[in-house]
Design a protein around this ligand. Structure first.
Ligand code: E4P
Length: 225
């Protein structure tokens, strides 16, 4: 399973990359705005900075960059500009009618896409038919309205298995470490997470108690108080 970081924060991307477990980054217009990245050129420059953090990866480091346009022509223009920035850029396209058309356009030209804002299995099916490299079901936002996001993951896994679609399932809107584990149980290809959710996987009280005891016993045995 691949781990992407769901942020535009360069320090957090570096921190996760230094851990050695990072395979890429996803961003969206809200995450860019949160970092104060405004203006087209600044946004483009920021994507290049993110890509450069992952340049030592020999097995790829995918960086999803989202279009703002909602019409076919606009998405094509923006997506082509984004794809030109760096070979690791994956053009992120919303699940709307023109988006499906744009994804097919990019697929036919060898430009990889990530279909975002997926909330139903039917939307995931359309994204796969359009040749999206990734499909992003939003787990947390479904949980927020009392619909189990993991049920959507199960449905998409089944549909993609039935037809052997190449599209990778990129579980998004992850809110906690349990989401990550549940996604792993269902066999998703990728999780994109905020850094605290990834770091939360480290924690277990018995690990802390066990380590403290090991160190204490070592000290005693070696004559230190
Ligand atoms: C990632 O591609 C999505 O944009 C992101 O995971 C959305 O997460 P949120 O629901 O926490 O905003």
């Amino acid at each position: 399973m691949k781990f992407f970081l769901d942020t535009a924060n360069l320090d957090q991307i570096k921190e996760a990359n230094d851990l050695g477990i990072l395979n890429g980054v996803t961003t969206n217009p809200s995450l860019m705005a949160k970092e104060g990245i405004v203006g087209r050129q600044n946004v483009l420059d920021h994507y290049i900075k993110i890509c450069k953090i992952g340049e030592d990866h020999t097995d790829g480091f995918d960086v999803s960059a989202e279009v703002i346009s909602t019409d076919f022509k606009g998405m094509v223009k923006e997506g082509e500009e984004l794809a030109e920035l760096h070979e690791d850029i994956v053009v992120k396209i919303p699940m709307i009618k023109d988006g499906v058309k744009a994804m097919k356009y990019f697929t036919d030209r060898g430009i990889r896409t990530n279909c975002t804002l997926i909330f139903s299995p039917g939307q995931a099916l359309l994204a796969a038919k359009a040749g999206a490299a990734y499909v992003s079901p939003f787990i947390g936002r479904l949980d927020d309205i009392m619909i189990d996001g993991i049920d959507l993951i199960k449905q998409i896994v089944k549909i993609y298995d039935n037809y052997l679609f190449d599209t990778e399932i990129l579980a998004a809107s992850i809110r906690n470490p349990l989401h990550i584990v549940k996604c792993a149980e269902e066999g998703v290809d990728v999780v994109t997470c905020p850094l605290p959710s990834i770091l939360g996987l480290l924690n277990h009280p018995l690990t802390d108690i066990g380590l403290a005891k090991f160190l204490e016993d070592h000290k005693k045995a070696n004559g230190k108080k």
